[in-house]
Design a protein around this ligand. Sequence first.
Ligand SMILES: C[S@@+](CC[C@H](N)C(=O)[O-])C[C@H]1O[C@@H](n2cnc3c(N)ncnc32)[C@H](O)[C@@H]1O
Length: 263
Amino acid sequence: MPDPTEHSADIKVFEEPQWATPYTQASLIQTPQVAPNQPPHQRRIRSFVVRTGRMTLGQQRGLQVYWPTHGLELAAGPLQLETCFAKAQPCIVEIGFGMGQSLLEQAQKMPETNFIGIEVHAPGVGKLLAQAGDLGLENLKVYQADAIEVLEQAIPEASLAGVQVFFPDPWPKKKHHKRRIIQPPFVDLVRSRLQVGGRLHLATDWQPYAEHMLEVLQATPGWRNCSATGDYIERPLTRPLTKFEHRGHKLGHGVWDLLFERQ
Ligand SMILES: C[S@@+](CC[C@H](N)C(=O)[O-])C[C@H]1O[C@@H](n2cnc3c(N)ncnc32)[C@H](O)[C@@H]1O
């Protein structure tokens, strides 16, 4: 079990770029585009921005107090999904939960499902841990890591009932499109971690990104679009509004939900 004090001393603070976030005003600075701990020929473009930032006392408390019970370590290797939660039940992974409020709400409303949240933004991880821990939620655990590495190294093949990615960073400039997380290799990786019949649920308020998502998924074999119209779906009641989406609604943005099933 990791020493929580050690973890908090080691906290990697990640924040998002300016367009994306209701919770930071800082601009893009010193953005390493690749994971630095990989040899150059294997380096991968990252879908997030690493920067420094401050955490509130409540967020620090979340990490210190609840990391031992609700935190998952990438270094611990592949997960045993049957034994890692209080109950062995279907498991959904959420990538990029931000400040975590919609994931918390979902985990509270769906006690018969286990949830694994993955986020690089330390204040969001701290906040979600504080709330989930205080509520005594036993069906929610969290990685603070790059989701691609978690899927590759920790999530067993054909093990998940669902993967959800809500309002991923849209990287609107053409030269940054390669940093969008929804790309053919990513959806192939997600597919390999889903059980047959498992579902990938995406949502975005950036129409060109919604179109890109649809194109990528339609062009990748092994998926069935659950939309009756062959494109998007209405927001299902199982997806609570996210903090990011609340802001988008105020700005009059539309929202596109996509739901695809692994065949
Ligand atoms: C625009 S925010 C949306 C947050 C939240 N889903 C919402 O709707 O409020 C996108 C989030 O994805 C996270 N993120 C981006 N790439 C990631 C990755 N590869 N692994 C984990 N988190 C990632 C960012 O840190 C950020 O918090």
